[in-house]
Write a protein that binds this ligand. Structure first.
Ligand SMILES: [Zn+2]
Ligand SMILES: [Zn+2]
Ligand SMILES: [Zn+2]
Length: 188
């Protein structure tokens, strides 16, 4: 076992979280304002993925996650999970993160990432010279077709674990010629 985890008391960590939730539910200590803007635009939320778990309003949450659509969000003070897409986050493609004037909305989209599956709302570039949908996705390091794609980090993680074998390596093992491509992978 990694020495960093040797003395880790997982139950103690879960207890700490339960105590924190309990404290935030109490009328005296329940947060009523956003820690960033001191308002309450659209309710209060906390990101489970961000390193700094501030309690913020919906507006500040969406601003902070414009380029982080794969973070896990919980409501405050009920701590129920809710997706960024349900709160109104849209991922814009084709214009460096900005909205396309002729954007084509796809609200039925799933990204498979290291921390699970994420329902997201995508706005594809719909300009006359727009790149194909697959190319727009690849520019964001998302791979796949139709409505479900893989995040690049997930692919790399599975390659690192040996769960996907790049074709060039596989071809070498099987005694085939060089340069037969590395892009495609084989899932074992
Ligand atoms: Zn705010
Ligand atoms: Zn976050
Ligand atoms: Zn466009």
């Amino acid at each position: 076992m990694d020495p960093a985890f040797q003395d880790l008391d997982c139950m103690a960590i879960l207890r700490l979280e339960a105590e924190e939730h309990e404290r935030l539910r109490m009328p005296d200590s329940r947060p009523t304002r956003c820690e960033a803007c001191d308002n309450d635009f659209g309710g209060l939320f906390r990101c489970r993925t961000c390193l700094w778990p501030r309690i913020v309003c919906c507006k500040c949450l969406l601003t902070a996650h414009r380029e982080q659509p794969l973070h896990r969000i919980e409501g405050v003070p009920d701590f129920k999970g809710i997706t960024l897409a349900a709160l109104g986050l849209v991922v814009f493609l084709g214009h460096g993160g900005d909205k396309c004037p002729k954007g084509v909305r796809d609200g039925n989209f799933t990204i498979l990432a290291l921390n699970g599956a994420h329902d997201v709302t995508m706005d594809f570039c719909g300009c006359e010279n727009a790149a194909p949908r697959g190319t727009q996705l690849e520019a964001m390091r998302l791979y796949g077709s139709a409505h479900t794609v893989l995040d690049f980090e997930l692919v790399r993680h599975r390659v690192d674990l040996g769960l996907i074998q790049p074709e060039r390596k596989r071809a070498r093992k099987e005694g085939k010629g060089k340069g037969e491509g590395i892009a495609k992978g084989v899932v074992r």
